[in-house]
Design a protein around this ligand. Structure first.
Ligand code: ATP
Length: 378
């Protein structure tokens, strides 16, 4: 069992009568790198601010090491924050910016401050920059100083709110690696906010996918990607074909006009489901050898692979493959049972119905089902 440092229990929060967080429950382990991921306005920052003590929940409890901290003010929590905009002191040099928090404690000797600042500069790869004025630093360097300034206080938890949001792509990637290393080296729990799914998947031990003030899924990056809990998560994390279907039986799913083997079980017979098929999990073969056939309507070379759009009975599927296929030709599609991720129909299927490739009428397809069993179910 993991040792939780932060727990959120039934947290709700409204602003001006609008609910922005609904019944959030979350456990964050000591030394964990946890990322809150979701689109703009889904409540990530509000969750972070509640953990930091900058916002009070309307309902629910915030626990730190198992103790309720709702009433503990931000400055007394052993938590520090790095914001997207660096918020450094422009009149101070790098050294003084980093030393700032320690200097507030009159008991800390100059030697100790010097030792700690040097340690922090090394940690964030900024040795030799002590005397530089922060206004002369690049965005990435300023953000390193901000991180050093937060870490010098030895917090148990560091909150990072889109800290790389203002950096260009290349720098972002470099900083992602560095942040992960800093987290590992220090063992401090990082709670990171981003709307960038790639960033979340590449850095985190645990990803928390949020939407409209609710947690949609909590899991390791690989599980979130491979086993999305619902159509919303599947659509938000990477690109997906999301197809309407129904479960014929355990390990048998019907979609796109035929039955496929899959690895999913436990659904009702005949239960309508969303089936997620990742574009990279589809192989293309000769038309007559394919499990499905469709016409290539578009092909784009994306550097490492082609992205092919195939029209299957009026619905567009996306395939990512290193094989070329000529637009206008009919190709076959092949998928292994592992490629089908079957999930319960969610409210998102209703809301975003148009991203489902297929809309099959259950009665049209019932010949493959045992009619009597269906009647029994009814
Ligand atoms: P972003 O990535 O855009 O920052 P987010 O997921 O972090 O989005 P929040 O900043 O938590 O989302 O905001 C959630 C909702 O709460 C938004 O609709 C926002 O406008 C609203 N909100 C946040 N803070 C306040 C506030 N102090 N007063 C009123 N509304 C607020």
């Amino acid at each position: 069992m993991k040792n939780n440092i932060i727990e959120l229990r039934n947290i709700s929060k409204s602003f001006d009568g609008e609910k922005v967080l609904s019944d959030i429950n979350l456990e964050i382990g000591d030394n964990e790198f946890v990322t809150l991921l979701g689109p703009s306005g889904c409540g990530k920052t509000t969750t972070l601010r509640i953990i930091g003590g900058f916002e009070t929940p309307d309902e629910g409890e915030v626990l730190f090491d198992g103790k309720k901290i709702n009433d503990i003010p931000a400055y007394k929590r052993n938590i520090n924050t790095v914001f997207q905009r660096y918020a450094l002191f422009p009149h101070l040099n790098v050294y003084e910016n980093i030393a700032f928090g320690l200097r507030l404690d009159k008991g800390v000797k100059e030697e100790e401050i010097s030792r700690r600042v040097k340690e922090m500069l090394k940690l964030v790869n900024m040795e030799g920059f002590e005397k530089r004025h922060v206004t002369t630093l690049s965005g990435g360097q300023q953000q390193r100083v901000a991180i050093a300034r937060a870490l010098i206080m030895n917090p148990r938890v560091l909150l990072l709110d889109e800290p790389l949001g203002a950096l260009d792509l290349k720098l972002r990637k470099d900083m992602q690696n560095e942040l992960k290393n800093i987290q590992k080296t220090t063992g401090i729990t990082f709670i990171y906010v981003t709307h960038d799914q790639e960033e979340a998947l590449s850095m985190s031990d645990t990803v928390v996918v949020m939407d409209q003030g609710r947690i949609q899924q909590v899991g390791r990056p690989i599980d979130i990607y491979n086993e999305p809990a619902n159509a919303y998560v599947a659509d938000f994390i990477g690109e997906s074909n999301i197809v309407d279907g129904y479960m014929v039986d355990d390990y048998k799913v019907y979609l796109a006009g035929r039955q496929f083997e899959c690895l999913d079980k436990g659904f009702e017979k005949g239960e309508p489901v969303d089936v997620v098929i990742r574009p990279e999990d589809i192989d293309i073969v000769e038309a007559e050898k394919g499990m499905l056939q469709g016409m290539v309507t578009q092909i784009t070379f994306l550097g490492v692979f082609y992205e092919i759009i195939v029209d299957i009975a009026g619905f567009k599927w996306m395939i990512q493959t290193t094989d070329y296929a000529e637009p206008g030709t009919i190709i076959g599609l092949e998928m292994v049972p592992d490629a089908f991720h079957v999930m319960k129909k969610s409210e998102y299927s209703e809301m975003f119905g148009d991203y489902s490739s297929y809309s099959l009428e259950i009665d049209q397809l019932s010949e493959t089902l045992d009619e009597e069993e269906l009647e029994d179910e009814a």
